[in-house]
Ligand binder design. Structure first.
Ligand SMILES: Cc1cc2nc3c(=O)[nH]c(=O)nc-3n(C[C@H](O)[C@H](O)[C@H](O)COP(=O)(O)OP(=O)(O)OC[C@H]3O[C@@H](n4cnc5c(N)ncnc54)[C@H](O)[C@@H]3O)c2cc1C
Length: 512
């Protein structure tokens, strides 16, 4: 009997694979997902996530399951050579643009458990754990995965498309001969997760901190509940393995805590890298998550980037597999995500270099420069400002706000408030400002039916927004209409009904 055929096979059930499987399964596709490990990794690695990721969890109907394991991310205060405040990263003010706290900390193991439970609940998704993928081949009809289970038995599955979500040392990437480009960051750091008791919590700062100290740059992140994380740079000549033992770690924490104050949860020494795959697609095979990129954790974006990949690729695969879109839409995945990841990594590297300056004179110059820039009064800068927009791909470059995330408002229904996506669903949408040209709806009538476009005019009963987020967005961008993709990124904006038709032609190049 031949190998079973799937629409999509996903290698690796970490956060990226979990989201990809959940989204593709939600589109009704027949999905196989496998991981060599039988269980979720029981220690936290990612600790921060963005509102954009909560919006993806919303699509997976996971917000109620995940929210209890999240807390708002405190401000991050940067202290210079002499202990003075030199910079502060905060969060955008309310009303929140995506209807979630914009930056959160979370506990990864229970969040991953919730994602896995969701994936397992989907009847059209086959979850295969304890299976190590040992070969990936493809021909004009399908891709074939060969795997070996824990008893050494070999089996195969076939799929129209494969996504390698198999982490930093990706086997799939190697099999496809895809290489990583070095964006120029490579430093040894120790990551320490600690569960702190009441007495210890009283001794610790109440905000997250970047200690920009040349003798040993380090980071403190206030995690959920009593979880605190230190990322501590390793000095030349130090033994990373010894530092990762309790005997090596406690002296590094002595400035803040003693063993009476806390329990060590996990210590691991890492090289913080900045790497991005040169190519993200080889025929039927795609890379996503850490398999496609790795970035230093200074802004807590590693997992977020993998979730963005999964969200970007899923709706495109669903459209192509349903015969509604051209294969060229799949090429926009790498185009969009590579440029975005590269730019964000460049910005994260900049933060890492600022925190990690080892030369005392240069560090003092940095402090003086930052303080001069703000006139001596450090103003909090929202972390969200660091996020770049998508710059190319399935969008209309040059159109205001194209490539940015369209906001999510709260809708008021009687006494109840609901998030907009919950009411409207995802898919392609055009939002019209309350005062948009009367001809806009007519101009949109010839959109291909396969797009299942929803048109929503603000100021009507079908758009009962109660916080003004959308109205303000249209004012800020000075436009009348916004095309919004299934992953909530803006495809294009229009200043008049007349602009909609040429934009539709661009969309038609991707959709049948
Ligand atoms: C110290 C540290 C701190 C971090 N902090 C943050 C943070 O604050 N915020 C953030 O967003 N991110 C953070 N990250 C990054 C984040 O943990 C990763 O980006 C994220 O886990 C990547 O998810 P992934 O699913 O792509 O890969 P992984 O989580 O690595 O999952 C890959 C999966 O593939 C499986 N696999 C591998 N090979 C095979 C094979 N041949 N066959 C079958 N299965 C296979 C593995 O078992 C694994 O389960 C941090 C990472 C580290 C190391």
């Amino acid at each position: 009997m031949g190998a079973e055929m799937f629409d999509v096979a996903i290698v690796g059930l970490g956060p990226t694979g979990e989201v990809a499987a959940g989204l593709l399964g939600g589109h009704g596709l027949k999905v196989w997902v496998g991981d060599r490990l039988p269980d979720v990794y029981d220690k936290p690695r990612a600790i921060a996530l963005d509102h954009e990721i909560m919006r993806v969890f919303q699509e997976l109907n996971l917000v109620d399951a995940i929210e209890p394991f999240t807390e708002p991310f405190t401000n991050s205060e940067f202290f210079g050579v002499d202990g003075q405040l030199i910079k502060c990263m905060s969060t955008v003010a309310e009303p929140y643009p995506l209807a979630y706290t914009p930056s959160l900390v979370f506990s990864q193991p229970p969040v991953e458990e919730a994602m896995r439970a969701h994936v397992r609940s989907l009847p059209n998704v086959t979850v295969s754990l304890g299976q190590t993928v040992t070969a990936v081949t493809q021909d004009s009809a399908a891709a074939t995965l060969t795997m070996v289970n824990e008893q050494g038995l070999s089996s195969q599955v076939q799929a129209r498309y494969v996504i390698g979500c198999d982490g930093a040392s990706s086997f799939v990437r190697g099999q496809m001969g895809l290489t990583l480009q070095d964006l120029g960051f490579d430093e040894p750091w120790l990551v320490v997760d600690v569960l702190v008791n009441e007495q210890g919590l009283k001794k610790l700062p109440k905000t997250s901190v970047q200690y920009c100290e040349p003798e040993r740059p380090c980071t403190l992140v206030i995690g959920p509940k009593n979880h605190r994380r230190w990322e501590i740079s390793i000095n030349p000549g130090e033994d990373p393995q010894h530092l990762a033992t309790p005997e090596g770690t406690w002296p590094l924490l002595a400035r803040w805590l003693t063993p009476d104050d806390a329990t060590l949860w996990r210590q691991a020494s890492y090289r913080f890298h900045a790497l991005v795959a040169q190519d993200w697609r080889q025929g039927r095979v795609f890379l996503a998550g850490d398999a496609a990129h790795q970035q230093p954790p200074f802004l807590g974006q590693g997992m977020c980037q993998g979730v963005r990949d999964a969200a970007n690729l899923s709706w495109k695969l669903a459209a192509v597999l349903a015969g509604r879109a051209q294969d060229s839409l799949l090429d926009t995945y790498a185009q969009e995500r590579k440029a975005h990841v590269s730019e964000l990594t460049r910005r994260i590297k900049g933060i890492g270099q600022l925190v990690g300056e080892r030369d005392v004179a240069k560090a003092r110059e940095r402090d003086a420069h930052l303080l001069a820039e703000c006139g001596g009064v450090v103003l909090p800068m929202p972390r969200q400002n660091v996020q770049p927009a998508l710059s190319e791909g399935c969008l209309v470059p040059g159109s205001a706000a194209a490539g940015t995330l369209f906001p999510q408002a709260w809708w008021q229904h009687g006494a109840h408030k609901q998030r907009m996506d919950t009411v409207l669903g995802t898919g392609w949408r055009v939002f019209l400002a309350a005062g948009a040209d009367a001809g806009c709806e007519g101009a949109l009538a010839s959109v291909p039916a396969s797009l299942k476009l929803k048109v929503i005019r603000l100021g009507t009963p079908e758009a009962p927004e109660c916080d003004g987020v959308l109205a303000q967005w249209f004012t800020t961008h000075g436009c009348q209409a916004a095309w919004v993709r299934p992953d909530h990124y803006v495809f294009a904006t229009a200043h008049s009904a007349a602009e909609l038709s040429p934009q539709m032609q661009i969309l038609r190049t991707f959709f049948s």
